[in-house]
Design a protein around this ligand. Structure first.
Ligand code: SAM
Length: 360
């Protein structure tokens, strides 16, 4: 049973770092709505001028620029920090010894804001590669630094295909809380929408690849009856799937071809990331392709944020939670059944769990 008190007078304040074109913002708005809460964005930062313009057009606010030039004290208080930070620091971060050592990386900027503003929770997003990078050392350092900054953090790789989008896009999400709490990763799989829902009709000629490219594709792959997206891998092999492989900001123009013959339109790329139809496209095709490739699958982020809000204690405690996992000092522990927030655990590990509950 789930008691849902009227909660639409609750406002969750959040910040949107490395905001791009606002994928996280849509996700936050949708997630808050599902809890009958209001999401209020109190600060955004994005360095790219074209993304800033798109963000302003769609959300009415011009993001601040380079985060490295913004003092943490000047950022308004908030409940949740969101950041899809660039992979730039990867190559160096794994060998660093702690927070101060990460100076000069964009991850450092996230941590200095967390330390100053101490939001209740954060959600970070990055490429799956982060998990295995430098034999896991990079992610280990990231989690240690977050722990030293006072957060109980955990991570998981999630796939957009499991959230209903016809795009295979695996991304790592890192979620953290100031207080230990119940948190479960989204586990419900939403059936994938068919590609036909995404594809536009009467696509202009300019999107079609040259005869030479089309013949080359057909020499390596049979035509398909159902719509498919043809993907060219690094070795030049072609595969056709009823979904798209991950959109990439810097990929060649022929990396993904609908039915082996045409490029995805700007609207199709945004649909593949779960952006709503009302999103206004104002950039050139090349810029939108980069923006969509850099963005995140909105429904995946929404599912993660929804569970983060649930676990964070930002909602009234009368709410009943169906959780199966608990973070205790960054470790996940299994729960056996639906439990009320604050109830004493019946699991064997009750000593640790009671410690956790008394901390709330
Ligand atoms: C992986 S993308 C995140 C996209 C975003 N989550 C979205 O849904 O569109 C990273 C973004 O960080 C921005 N960025 C890079 N360095 C930055 C900096 N120093 N300050 C602010 N933004 C920065 C990039 O321009 C890029 O748009």
């Amino acid at each position: 049973m789930k008691i849902t008190p009227k909660r639409n007078d609750i406002t969750i304040r959040y910040i949107d770092l490395f905001a791009g074109i606002g994928g996280f913002r849509y996700a936050m708005q949708d997630a808050a709505k599902e809890h009958d809460a209001i999401a209020e964005c109190v600060f955004t930062s994005e360095i790219d001028k074209e993304c800033q313009k798109v963000y302003k057009k769609n959300f009415g606010e011009l993001p601040c620029g380079d985060i490295t030039n913004i003092s943490a004290e000047s950022i308004p208080d908030h409940d949740i920090l969101l950041a899809g930070f660039p992979c730039q620091p990867f190559s160096i971060i794994g060998h660093m010894k702690g927070f101060h050592d990460t100076r000069g990386t964009l991850f450092f900027d996230i941590v200095r804001i967390l330390e100053e503003k101490m939001p209740t929770a954060f959600v970070l997003e990055n490429v799956k590669l982060l998990v295995g990078h430098d034999k896991g050392k990079t992610l280990k350092t990231i989690l240690e630094v977050l722990k030293d900054s006072g957060y109980h953090a955990t991570y998981k790789v999630l796939n957009a295909l499991d959230c209903g989008l016809p795009q295979k896009r695996e991304r790592v999400f890192i979620v953290g809380f100031r207080e230990p709490c119940f948190f479960s990763w989204p586990s419900d799989k939403i059936p994938m929408q068919p590609l036909s829902n995404i594809l536009e009709k009467n696509v202009p000629e300019k999107y079609f690849a040259s005869d030479h490219i089309r013949k080359k594709r057909l020499s390596k792959q049979e035509p398909t009856q159902e719509p498919t997206i043809w993907h060219e891998n690094k070795s030049g092999n072609i595969s056709a799937y009823p979904f798209s492989c991950a959109l990439r900001a810097g990929a060649s123009y022929n990396y993904l071809l609908v039915n082996g013959e045409r490029r995805l339109t700007s609207r199709e790329m945004l649909r593949l990331q779960g952006f709503p139809e009302e999103f206004q496209i104002i950039s050139s095709y090349t810029q939108t392709r980069k923006q969509a490739g850099n963005s995140l699958p909105v429904p995946v982020a929404k599912a993660v944020i929804k569970n983060t809000i649930e676990a964070s204690g930002l909602l009234p405690a009368v709410y009943l939670y169906k959780t199966d996992k608990l973070i205790v000092d960054g470790q996940l522990r299994l729960f056996e059944k639906e439990r009320k927030y604050g109830e004493i655990s019946e699991t064997p590990n009750s000593r640790k769990i009671q410690t956790t509950l008394s901390a709330q």
